[in-house]
Write a protein that binds this ligand. Structure first.
Ligand SMILES: [Zn+2]
Length: 138
């Protein structure tokens, strides 16, 4: 079952490429292996840098599944999720991710990306910034 579902994710990656997008696809399967939803990368056609299939599925799971069901749901994906998607998956409550290509294997198939960087400043204005947060979690 795992290989069949991974092969479907790889097919979705080919669909993404054929539609003019980066070649990545993913799906969610329930505890019994039934496919719940499928997605592929649409970051170019949507002009949306967050339109990775794993992120779309994590958002879907958090919105549509109970925490108990999400914990029993597996994401099958054509490539190991990136940092952005990993953060969303952690928040989604999904119980398992199975991937085909690893990040290291992907790196052998594409030119190295320039290291992204940005300036991060903070902390600042603690007394003001704490006001909307204080008491929220208690
Ligand atoms: Zn991603």
């Amino acid at each position: 079952m795992t290989e069949a579902l991974l092969r479907r994710a790889i097919e979705l990656a080919a669909t993404a490429r054929a539609s003019g997008n980066p070649p990545f696809g993913s799906l969610l399967a329930g505890a019994g292996g039934k496919v719940l939803v499928e997605e592929w990368n649409t970051s170019l056609t949507d002009r949306d840098i967050t339109a990775h299939p794993e992120l779309k599925l994590a958002r879907w799971a958090a919105r549509e599944l109970s925490p108990e069901t999400a914990a029993l749901t597996t994401m099958y994906t054509s490539c190991q999720p990136c940092g952005m998607c990993t953060g969303a998956i952690e928040r989604s409550g999904l119980g398992r991710v199975v991937f085909a290509l690893s990040t290291q294997q992907l790196a052998t198939l594409k030119p190295p990306a320039p290291a992204a960087s940005f300036e991060l400043q903070g902390p600042a204005l603690f007394d003001e910034a704490r006001l909307p947060v204080a008491g929220y979690y208690h």
